[in-house]
Design a protein around this ligand. Structure first.
Ligand SMILES: C[S@@+](CC[C@H](N)C(=O)[O-])C[C@H]1O[C@@H](n2cnc3c(N)ncnc32)[C@H](O)[C@@H]1O
Length: 439
């Protein structure tokens, strides 16, 4: 039975909702009248009955389900990210829309956008999540939304309308995009896509059977995909060193032979290229991941038996490459205070092992290529093509192509004209915030 909120509570909720909408507009996360109307209409607190009103209307996630170890497995995503993704989905009245990863609130926002002539399906692998969504949606007046319990890796054919969905909004961290066939030609797909452990929400349009990105990247984090689409971090430990290497994309290389290299002082190759203390460089690491064969990500236990100076933080493992019994790793050294007092850092590459200096030089050259040709430019263009039909015996490393289970993802890096002033170039969205509480 639903308890009716008191008049005061309902008034408070409306006021807090209006304040949140103003904040999302002021920060340009809400840009269209339709998305604004949706946010004004849907009572977010009704989908978070265990939270305070203030928490429900803060621009942050509301965790709704955790494992025993505290890991969040379901949440109402942060409003700023929901607004960005709904803007990118370009949903129109009458559209048929699929939401992957449920909870109810975002599905209700989508239902506001599709209107009475549209159709919304929201799908989740966790029956406890769909049970809540199936309860909250009718309670708030969105009883037309279809709620489905299934693993999104195996899209039930009965869920997909004839001709495909007009839009698919993926609200769970995904390593692959197995939904191309569920989308109508010309349809939109918005998803937080993982490439070598880095993740961005990206908007695509389907054309000629492939997905083509056409929205700026949004740095974000969602809860992890479960079920058969869960990714394999391919995390290997170099014996006796406390150093771990992950190949989330690409074929893992042997690591046992790296132990002697990691217990000796590294060489340092300087690049002369600097970055501000608050300036993200995720796009550099994506560039390196595509450019360098043997790319992986390195973590080092602070107390491990290794010579990795300033080990990277666990959630942001460093870019690295393996070359036989040698290894190179991207690092940075403080070289000044920076204009904002947050420090200015130079990219340096540490080389481990007999050939470590050569591996470091190879990585440093790619940092220079990125600096000269791509830094501060447009977002790279991402194309996802079905993997079926690709030659399985093709080359091990095709530059800037990530071979997934269902798709091959190509990253095209536009060249920045040398006479373009950095301030005039569009940039990717730099806000680093979590939607789902994991990184
Ligand atoms: C961030 S929550 C979804 C948030 C929701 N869209 C909202 O209203 O804000 C992510 C959801 O993805 C679900 N999920 C994880 N793996 C899945 C899979 N393989 N198929 C479908 N849903 C999955 C989780 O159970 C979780 O509820």
């Amino acid at each position: 039975m639903t308890t009716c909120p008191s008049t005061t509570e309902a008034g408070d909720a409306s006021e807090l909702r209006a304040q949140l909408v103003e904040q999302l507009r002021a920060n340009h996360h809400i840009r269209s009248a339709a998305v604004e109307r949706a946010f004004r209409a849907v009572p977010r607190h009704a989908f978070a009955p265990d939270s305070t009103l203030e928490a429900a209307y803060t621009d942050d996630i509301v965790a709704t389900r955790r494992r025993d170890d505290g890991t969040i497995t379901s949440s109402i995503s942060a409003p700023w990210l929901q607004a960005e993704m709904l803007e990118a989905a370009r949903i129109q009245p009458g559209h048929r829309v699929l939401e992957i990863g449920s909870g109810g609130y975002n599905a209700a926002l989508i239902a506001e956008l599709t209107g009475p002539t549209g159709h919304v399906t929201t799908l989740d692998i966790d029956p406890a999540v769909t049970e809540r969504a199936a309860r909250f949606l009718p309670e708030t007046g969105y009883d037309g939304v279809r709620v489905v319990t299934a693993d999104a890796e195996h899209m039930p054919s009965t869920v997909v309308p004839e001709g495909g969905f007009d839009a698919v909004v993926v609200t769970v961290d995904t390593w692959d995009l197995p939904w191309i066939d569920s989308l109508a030609d010309g349809g939109r797909l918005v998803a937080p896509l993982r490439l070598h452990g880095y993740h961005w929400a990206i908007g695509f349009t389907k054309e000629n059977g492939a997905l083509h990105s056409d929205e700026p990247f949004i740095v974000c984090g969602f809860v992890a995909m479960q079920g058969d689409g869960a990714w394999n971090p391919n995390r290997l430990t170099v014996p006796g060193t406390g150093v771990h290497l992950s190949w989330e994309d690409g074929t893992p290389l042997p690591v046992d032979q790296l132990a002697p290299a990691l217990t000796r002082e590294p060489t340092v190759t300087r690049t002369g290229i600097t970055v501000g203390g608050q300036e993200p460089f995720d796009l550099l690491t994506l560039y390196l991941a595509g450019a360098l064969p043997g790319f992986c990500r390195l973590e080092a236990d602070p107390e491990g038996e290794h010579r990795v100076p300033s080990p990277p933080p666990p959630h942001w493992p460093a870019a690295a490459i393996v070359r036989g019994a040698s290894l190179a790793r991207l690092a940075h050294e403080r070289v000044g205070d920076g204009d904002d007092g947050k420090g200015r850092h130079e990219f340096v590459v540490h080389g481990y092992g007999d050939q470590g200096h050569l591996a470091a030089r190879e990585m440093a050259e790619q940092v220079e290529t990125w600096q000269d040709n791509h830094r501060g430019g447009h977002c790279p263009l991402i194309t996802a093509r079905p993997a079926a039909g690709r030659d399985p015996a093709g080359p091990d490393h095709e530059p800037h192509v990530f071979a997934k289970k269902h798709t091959h993802i190509t990253v095209d890096w536009p060249i920045v004209p040398s006479d373009t002033a950095p301030s005039h170039r569009p940039r990717f969205k730099e806000r680093r915030r979590m939607s789902g509480g994991t990184a």
